[in-house]
Write a protein that binds this ligand. Structure first.
Ligand code: NI
Length: 251
């Protein structure tokens, strides 16, 4: 049984979300980014037994979120299908970002996770040093670093925290040399699978609309890189995800 630990299951991304979910032979964790997507995460987790959710304000929305959006997240953290805060973090990719506002919002959401004993799903783009600095202030919190894209050296540093690395479709790309080195370096105990659907489809579907069933392709690629069987990758990463998010799944 496989788990896609990070996807965005929004009706508007697919002709039929029902079919997408039917094609996935396993569990999914759908992530929110703003008020609207957080509401949709709640609806979807209610509708489908094999979909869990995490709620959060993405750093790209650090300048226009409302206080009530954070209250909304807090109100639903007791819901058993909501297993974490995410995706949250830092994104310095596009010009004009306000790093101070992003850091403040990131910290506030980590503190929410800390208060309710939830896992934090972290997004970090062009901001890995600052991301580490903030996470290291809260070493008792459980993290999943989504779509990890930095070096082996940096991964070694993150391993001091209670952290798992989300590995997705990028690992299948020809030019992903650095990420392949990271996957080779990391013990399987620190890896979870993710698709980031509908984005980042793996080869041979690169550029197309991604969906959770493609988690299988990522498992195959990790198995190939590490020279182990695909079933071992699936079995171990599933256990890792169940443990890190406290999922009520019995194997
Ligand atoms: Ni995402």
């Amino acid at each position: 049984m496989i788990i896609d630990t990070h996807c965005h299951l929004e009706q508007s991304s697919y002709d039929s979300l029902d079919d997408v979910i039917k094609r996935m032979n396993g569990y999914m964790i759908s992530a929110g980014c703003d008020k609207k997507s957080n509401q949709e995460v709640l609806e979807i987790t209610k509708k489908y037994a094999n979909v869990y959710g995490v709620l959060g304000i993405h750093p790209e929305n650090a300048e226009d979120f409302q206080e009530e959006d954070l209250l909304f997240i807090e109100e639903h953290l007791q819901n058993p299908k909501i297993v974490g805060i995410g995706e949250v973090g830092l994104d310095y990719h596009y010009e004009g970002f306000d790093s101070e506002k992003q850091k403040k919002l990131f910290e506030r959401q980590i503190e929410l996770a800390q208060k309710y004993h939830k896992t934090v799903v972290v997004h970090s783009r062009d901001a890995i040093a600052d991301t580490y600095e903030i996470m290291a202030k809260y070493p008792d919190v459980k993290y999943v670093l989504h779509c990890y894209g930095s070096s082996v050296e940096m991964a070694q540093k993150f391993l001091k925290l209670n952290i798992l690395f989300g590995i997705g479709g990028v690992v299948t790309f020809k030019n992903a040399t650095k990420l392949k080195e990271v996957v080779k370096f990391l013990d399987l105990a620190y890896i979870v699978l993710e698709t980031d659907s509908p984005y980042l489809a793996p080869e041979p579907y690169r550029g197309k609309v991604n969906e959770p069933s493609n988690t299988e392709i990522i498992a195959s690629k990790i198995a190939e890189i590490k020279g182990i069987s695909k079933s071992e990758v699936i079995e171990k990463t599933t256990q890792n995800a169940i443990h890190q998010f406290d999922l009520d799944i019995s194997l």
